[in-house]
Design a binder for this molecule. Structure first.
Ligand code: SPV
Ligand code: MN
Length: 630
């Protein structure tokens, strides 16, 4: 070890923690740790070796430091963020790139030297009086082609506690990899919550920065606690993983992974990409099916098939709207003892938790992110403060769910039969539709995904945006290159997955939902049948849609629901003007926001436009499915 590094570490770490760090035989790691111990200047340093005592120490510290509070149920804790720090801060999240690198207008970048300098200024002495936690994790299953080793440095026990639940432990993986030939490749995260106020929430939000030093596999996050900004391995690592995947010929996607049961015990695995707050977690939690992951998937090519693994092993899920009737599995988990962190919910006087649309009556008062809360409490603008924040979340480990797939940590991942793209779209796409082929799917379903903004990010809600593969917020390669990577990924594969779109948010002209929440189970079961060529479909200008008879059976058998032909016709009418207008919006996005759009994208859009115009000429603006039955 370099002498200066050894001196710093010996000086700053007590013997036990120094030994734990030295067990990982990596000069690169030691140098990195020494640098930030000196720079951030914590009073003490704690190295997590994944032993039960270490994990317990972090849980205990989270409570003692006031970052979390205890609840009545065993294992449950709560945490609040500053009311201005309750979503991903897109404005202050930047990818740092050297001069001359241009990722295109749709991706927010900043000059690397300037960004690094600013981050380091903010980080200088920021941990004075605090403990620095050092913890090792794996993205993807351990000891597998999917594994990415990561080290997190943070002064927040809440962040580490979340990561315990969300990621596979990595101390042993670091030791194993280091061995004799010094480990040097791993993702690095440096986080500080910064100064906190009397409620223990980050207070210097003007110095909130999330800077991704892309070509150095390092992320700096300061003056924030909200998980999407602070939990290094989640969306911050995703930017690093997207670049890594692009150079190694695989994909990092904003996708759930889910096993759907077909006839005769058959299990078919799907990935599904949805923007934040558009039904990804509730889809992954479909009753009777088998969850592998609900947010981030790594996709690699097998010999002739696509294989997917969950980058994570837990859930940082949205709690608003979770209720006993629609979400029986989550409901049971959230109401059982076991380790769960509730963020930005309301804490009741009895030590329970409440949230918006829980399906039970709201208590009159309680504690929430605004302090003591009561019905009718207003914010400074005179607006009602809801009991919980719309982006309130729960964190739990998938192993605590009854529906977790038994092969969750399989190092080989899962063979994928279908890939699904879904957005928040009130008036254009049908509830479920299969693409004509891989390229049509990647472009017309993935690259054309459009959705309305939600409370998952700071800023205005309900704005319609093109969001390629639901991944735009996290891209670290130019959009056009990313689209091309997706095209290339499945091209030539003998067993390329089928590609589908879903839309859970369709409304009629009066603004009423055209579907119920759990109808998605039928859409997935229909897709499962299509993957195995068990049912026929109707060809439309935009893809293949289900036959009424097949859906009627699935609704009856799976959801015990009568499904009428009138409902079907409303839902599956092809809306020509809306589809044509969408093509124009998509074209404009790729013409103005993307510098390197592959030419094939415009060709696929033109062909789709022509099919829509031809159908319009023959059948008019709104075409009910039976008209297209051959
Ligand atoms: C999302 O917003 O897509 C999430 C939560 O999954 S987080 O990215 O962590 O904010
Ligand atoms: Mn997400």
């Amino acid at each position: 070890m370099d002498e200066v590094v050894a001196f710093t570490l010996k000086n700053r770490l007590d013997e036990a923690n120094y030994k734990k760090l030295l067990n990982v035989n990596s000069p690169t790691l030691h140098k990195f740790v020494a640098k930030y111990v000196e720079h951030c200047n914590p009073d003490t340093v704690f190295v997590n070796d994944d032993s039960e005592e270490s994990v317990e120490y972090v849980r205990k510290t989270a409570i003692e430091a006031g970052e979390e509070g205890g609840l009545a149920m065993d294992g449950h804790t709560y945490h609040f963020d500053n009311s201005g720090d309750q979503g991903r801060d897109k404005k202050n999240t930047r990818i740092l790139v050297p001069k001359g690198v241009d990722l295109g207008p749709a991706i927010d970048t900043r000059d690397r030297d300037e960004g690094c300098e600013e981050a380091h200024q903010i980080l200088k002495d920021i941990m004075k009086g605090r403990t620095l936690f050092i913890s090792f994790f794996c993205l993807g299953p351990a000891n597998s082609p999917f594994t990415i080793p990561c080290v997190q440095l943070t002064d927040s026990s809440y962040v580490i506690h979340n990561e315990f639940l969300l990621y596979r432990p990595g101390y042993q993986e670091f030791i194993r990899r280091a061995g004799g030939n010094a480990l040097s490749e791993f993702f690095r995260f440096v986080h500080s919550q910064g100064e906190v106020d009397e409620r223990k929430v980050s207070k210097n939000l003007d110095k909130r920065r999330i800077y991704i030093d892309l070509y150095h596999d390092t992320v700096y996050s300061t003056n924030t606690q909200y998980g999407g900004n602070s939990i290094g391995l989640k969306k911050l690592a995703m930017r690093l993983a997207i670049l890594k995947a692009s150079t190694e010929d695989w994909l990092t996607e904003h996708m759930l992974v889910l096993g759907i049961r077909g006839p005769r015990e058959r299990m078919t695995y799907f990935t599904g990409a949805y923007p934040s707050m558009c039904g990804k977690t509730s889809t992954a939690m479909l009753e009777g099916e088998s969850i592998v992951g609900d947010d981030i998937a790594y996709l690699r090519r097998g010999e002739s098939e696509v294989r997917a693994a969950n980058a994570e092993r837990g859930m940082f899920g949205i709690i608003q709207g979770v209720n006993a009737k629609d979400d029986p599995l989550l409901w049971k988990a959230l109401n059982s003892s076991g380790e769960i962190i509730f963020s930005n919910v309301m804490v009741t006087d009895a030590g329970g938790v409440h949230w918006i649309d829980k399906g039970v009556e709201s208590p009159q008062k309680g504690l929430n992110y605004s302090g003591e809360w009561h019905i009718g409490k207003k914010d400074t603008a005179g607006k009602d403060i809801p009991p919980s924040h719309p982006n309130a979340r729960f964190t739990l480990s998938l192993n605590s769910l009854g529906n977790a797939d038994p092969r969750l940590d399989d190092p080989e991942g899962f063979e994928i039969g279908g890939m699904v793209y879904g957005g928040r779209d009130s008036d254009t796409c049908v509830p479920v539709e299969e693409a004509f082929d891989w390229i049509h799917g990647v472009i017309a379903k993935g690259a054309c995904l459009e959705s309305e903004t939600t409370a998952a990010t700071l800023g205005k809600e309900g704005i319609r945006e093109i969001n390629p593969m639901a991944n735009l917020d996290f891209l670290s390669v130019p959009v056009g290159r990313y689209i091309q990577m997706n095209i290339d990924f499945g091209t030539g594969l003998k067993k390329a997955p089928l590609i589908f779109s879903v839309n859970y948010f369709l409304k009629d002209k009066e603004g009423r939902w055209l579907n119920e929440r759990n109808d998605k189970k039928v859409w997935y079961e229909w897709m499962e049948l299509r993957v195995h060529d068990d049912v026929n479909a109707i060809e439309t200008p935009t893809g293949f849609i289900p036959l009424y008879d097949d859906l009627e059976i699935l609704f009856r058998e799976s959801l015990h629901k009568d499904y009428s032909e009138a409902e079907y016709n409303k839902q599956f009418t092809i809306r020509i003007p809306e589809n044509l207008a969408k093509i124009e919006r998509v074209k404009k996005f790729y013409e103005t926001q993307v510098a390197d759009t592959p030419a094939i994208l415009f060709e696929v859009l033109e062909a789709q436009k022509k099919r829509l115009m031809d159908a319009k000429g023959k059948f008019g603006d709104y075409i009910p499915p039976f008209v297209l039955l051959k």
